[in-house]
Design a protein around this ligand. Structure first.
Ligand code: ZN
Length: 292
């Protein structure tokens, strides 16, 4: 049945969202779009419309003397005369996607190119996700990647679960660094402005993934780990540009993350670095600590 009742669809979607979050190892505050862009799965809202359209395609192609063909012809005729029917519900849920397409009613409804409509809906879903990735500052590490907006990403096939989850959390901004955690308002802490989410190690720069992984000089273990990792990467990739400490750390990190062949190595480096930084408590500016 088309999902004309949003609260009912929400119940189903909650199960899907919680399942994907658990699969990826991210927390329940994680942004929704990457759950789909990283796995290639479609939100149920889209998935269930696609299933209904595939059924419609099957039904209109059935021989004229079958019950299915009669039923779908009736449903289309009812919708064309502005009466409620399964077909009208399907039109409605497609309309609610607010895309540049519609399931037309009337005599040509049965013969329209359903295949084309399905692909336009899928493209619309990809555009919605691309827009969200672009507009959400938390997802900057997922920007400007080659290929389709939604796909099963290579890094999800990393065998070591801890390394895979550390990388996933970094990409989806579900890590434990101050740039993310100090955005949260908690019982004993107010929202901390971006510029004051200071690195717990050097106490000067903002504690971002690119700063901790590539720039921060304050912890010997982390800098040594960085050096070893970059040496190993240079062995794997002959053409890898050398990392300069004053370079664009975000761009360089994005480049390292785009190198699929060495992604397991990168995930291990991220996991080990995050373990090291988590040994020290996060720096919370006193002005934002709530006292009761
Ligand atoms: Zn630092």
């Amino acid at each position: 049945m088309p999902d004309t009742d949003d609260p009912l669809l929400d119940h189903l979607s909650e199960v899907q969202i919680s399942f994907i979050r658990s699969l990826l190892g991210v927390h329940k505050r994680s942004v929704l779009a990457p759950l789909y862009t990283e796995t290639g799965l479609a939100p149920l809202k889209y998935r269930r419309i696609d299933i209904a359209l595939r059924y419609l395609q099957y039904a209109v192609e059935c021989a004229p003397d079958t019950y299915v063909a009669d039923a779908i012809a009736d449903s289309i005729a009812l919708a064309a005369s502005n009466a409620q029917s399964w077909f009208m519900d399907l039109q409605l849920v497609i309309l609610k996607l607010r895309g540049p397409f519609a399931l037309s009613s009337g005599r040509d409804a049965a013969t329209q190119d359903i295949e084309l409509l399905r692909s336009r809906i899928e493209a619309h879903m990809g555009q919605e996700f691309s827009l969200e990735l672009r507009n959400n500052k938390k997802l900057y590490l997922l920007l400007d990647r080659k290929g389709p907006a939604c796909a099963m990403r290579g890094y999800l096939k990393i065998l070591n679960g801890q390394h895979r989850e550390a990388l996933t959390r970094l990409l989806l901004s579900c890590h434990t660094l101050a740039v993310e955690r100090l955005r949260w308002v908690e019982r004993y802490r107010d929202y901390v402005p971006y510029a004051e989410r200071t690195c717990r190690l050097c106490k000067t720069e903002v504690e971002t993934p690119e700063h901790v992984l590539l720039v921060c000089p304050a912890d010997d273990d982390i800098t040594s780990l960085r050096g070893t990792y970059l040496e190993r990467m240079a062995e794997v990739h002959d053409a890898l540009p050398e990392w300069m400490a004053d370079g664009d750390a975000t761009a360089y990190l994005r480049h390292l993350l785009s190198l699929d062949i060495s992604i397991a190595l990168t995930a291990e480096w991220i996991y080990d670095t995050m373990l090291l930084i988590d040994r020290q408590p996060m720096l919370v500016p006193a002005a934002y600590i709530r006292r009761y």
